[in-house]
Design a protein around this ligand. Structure first.
Ligand SMILES: [Cu+2]
Length: 636
């Protein structure tokens, strides 16, 4: 599935690459007078570089009109292209094959790079360079391998110097789907890497062609004629006439039987000092290209470690950012979403228990859902029973309660019953009191409610990620004996949350670089999509503020006069310790039960007093956004 704009671009790119390759292959075999190995060089490079490969082919190699190939390919820049093509065809094939294999094996990136260099060098040397040379020069295969080691070394070094940084920075950049050979992005990065490698290898190839260390392009006519530019120049000198491609062609054929002395004497005029200098610089470039990225990205990680994570824009990722941190902060994969819910579906709906042998049984199931927080704005959330917040669990003090938790997330989870006195093994922290619930598994939590009041439940595995993505819900325990002094005409829980939604992807919001939230919800909705409580003058409203949010404190304020704080963290305050306030700081995990009296008719606000938390993506809509809701009071 395509989940980012770049994916659509890549589809178009690869269609163009396929068309370009088909054309180059067709034209090479149908029209172009060239040795087979060179035909394949252009075909492969066009596979990797798409329309750019086609461009190079048409501008530098494709015979413009019958009989013109020999003269057409003469310019040095074209010879340089040809030389780079047969280097890149082999090297890139080796590098890309190695990258796909090492990624699948889950090897760390720094090992990938070394394996890629080795494979690229081997492919280039043993396949393209040596075969190419052999077809040009004759001689045995191994003689040619020996002869081409140095040119291949220089060319491959420069090629990798260009390709390695592209791979490191893009594969381990924001969108690490680029690490996965199953993703288009991986192949896109490979293509871009080959283009960079081509560009960095090109100057050295031009030099090597000039110094006759390498061959560039050449002509191979059907019926035995064969020449390259060197041979042609020679023959032109001899005959005083150019373009006679048939004339000297037979020579190379004739000496093909193993003679080491080639028909056109490929002898380089490069001095040892020049070779040493170019070789050294190429090696330095290689080292720089392979090592420098380690200053910025963590090359110890493998494709498997990062699992195709897409990181939030602005997250600081450096050379020692652990893979676990990346996975926790990564976007929810839209491909994991199993269902989409609109504004007509509310979160925190009361879940009726079934009674089994006197036990109140609740079933909770986690899943990845698309949840609407505003008209036209959805988050990819982790939900209990496909809602955000999870369903409200309500039971009575003294009840025996069993909660079956089934996990359908792409990762393990657990549930913690926040604030409750219960057996340790039922408490929920992953790896501390229980093994995490893996995907598809069920865990049975069972306890007797000894307390009463306002509580919450939430994930206690990868908490920073899972709770931030929606795994929380209210747990309301009614006292065994009702206490009229803490009851009100209306009862409304307020579960707070922060969200980070960018470019269509949902990241767990956290108080850290790059993860700061831009949407805020009360009961899974941002204002103006939040509920409105309707009541009449003289009536009372019990608001249960629940700090289900993951990393931020919200000073929750109610307009229209003070309220009375009657319970804190589920504990009912003695009448003498209850107090009046108009704002309570609701921190993560905290609960405040407050009773507000409707004194005057009108629209009264409940909102967070941090201005930014009452905006939607920094925009105020209809007077606000985010953590805001209305109490609409009618006259008596
Ligand atoms: Cu706030």
């Amino acid at each position: 599935m395509l989940i980012q704009p770049i994916d659509y671009f890549l589809v178009i790119w690869f269609v163009l690459a396929a068309v370009s390759t088909a054309y180059v292959a067709w034209d090479q075999y149908r029209n172009n007078p060239e040795p087979t190995v060179m035909k394949w060089g252009f075909i492969l490079v066009t596979v990797y570089t798409g329309p750019l490969g086609l461009l190079l082919y048409v501008l530098a190699d494709k015979e413009p009109r019958p009989g013109e190939h020999e003269r057409f390919i003469e310019p040095v820049w074209k010879q340089g292209v040809g030389s780079t093509i047969h280097c890149v065809a082999g090297d890139a094939t080796g590098i890309i094959l190695a990258a796909a294999i090492t990624a699948t094996l889950g090897l760390p990136m720094w090992i990938d790079l070394i394996v890629e260099y080795g494979t690229g060098f081997t492919f280039g040397l043993l396949i393209f360079q040596s075969l190419f040379m052999k077809s040009m020069m004759g001689g045995t295969y191994w003689q040619n391998v020996r002869k081409t080691v140095l040119p291949e070394f220089i060319s491959m070094n420069f090629m990798m110097a260009g390709m390695a940084p592209v791979m490191c920075f893009l594969m381990m950049g924001r969108d690490m789907r680029a690490m996965e050979p199953t993703e288009l992005l991986f192949w896109g990065v490979m293509s871009l890497g080959v283009m960079a490698g081509f560009a960095t290898a090109y100057p050295a190839n031009v030099w090597m062609v000039l110094r006759r260390l390498k061959h560039g392009l050449m002509t191979d006519r059907r019926g035995g004629s064969r020449s390259d530019v060197d041979a042609q120049k020679q023959s032109s000198h001899e005959s005083g006439e150019r373009g006679a491609h048939e004339r000297h062609g037979k020579r190379t054929r004739e000496q093909g039987g193993g003679a080491t002395a080639g028909g056109h004497h490929m002898e380089s005029d490069a001095t040892s000092a020049q070779l040493a200098a170019v070789g050294s610089v190429s090696f330095l470039a290689l080292v720089l290209g392979m090592v420098a990225p380690a200053n910025w990205v963590n090359l110890h990680l493998s494709a498997r470690d990062v699992g195709g994570a897409i990181m939030p824009p602005g997250m600081i990722m450096d050379r020692d950012t652990p893979a676990e941190a990346m996975r926790d902060m990564a976007a929810v994969d839209p491909r994991d979403v199993v269902a989409t819910y609109g504004l007509d579906i509310h979160g925190g709906r009361a879940l009726a228990p079934r009674i089994e042998d006197g036990v109140k049984v609740f079933d909770l199931e986690t899943a990845v859902i698309r949840w609407t927080i505003l008209p036209g704005v959805t988050v990819d959330a982790y939900g209990f029973n496909s809602q955000v917040p999870g369903p409200q669990l309500r039971f009575r003090q003294g009840d025996r309660v069993r909660i079956n938790v089934t996990n359908r997330l792409p990762e393990s989870t657990t549930v913690h019953w926040h604030g409750l006195i219960l057996p340790n093994v039922m408490d929920g922290p992953a790896h501390i009191t229980q093994e995490p619930i893996e995907n598809g598994a069920v865990y049975h939590y069972e306890f007797t409610a000894v307390q009463s009041g306002t509580y919450l439940y939430h994930s206690h595995d990868h908490v920073d990620r899972q709770q931030a993505l929606g795994l929380y819900g209210a747990m309301i325990i009614d006292p065994a004996e009702t206490d009229p002094s803490i009851e009100a005409d209306h009862d409304y829980p307020v579960l707070l949350q922060e969200w980070l939604l960018r470019e269509g992807l949902t990241y767990p919001a956290m108080p850290m670089d790059g993860a700061m939230p831009n949407y805020f919800t009360i009961n899974g909705r941002a204002y103006p999509a939040t509920d409105t409580v309707r009541m009449r003058v003289g009536e009372t409203l019990k608001i249960r503020f629940i700090g289900s949010s993951n990393g931020f404190i919200h000073p929750m304020h109610i307009h229209g006069g003070p309220f009375e704080v009657v319970a804190v963290d589920g504990i009912t305050l003695q009448p003498s310790t209850r107090y009046q306030a108009d704002t309570v700081n609701v921190g993560p995990g905290q609960r405040y039960d407050v009773i507000w009296t409707a004194r005057e008719p009108g629209k009264w606000l409940i909102h967070c007093h941090i201005g930014h938390h009452t905006t939607n993506n920094n925009v105020e809509m209809q007077g606000g956004g985010g953590l805001m809701m209305l109490i609409e009071v009618g006259s008596v």
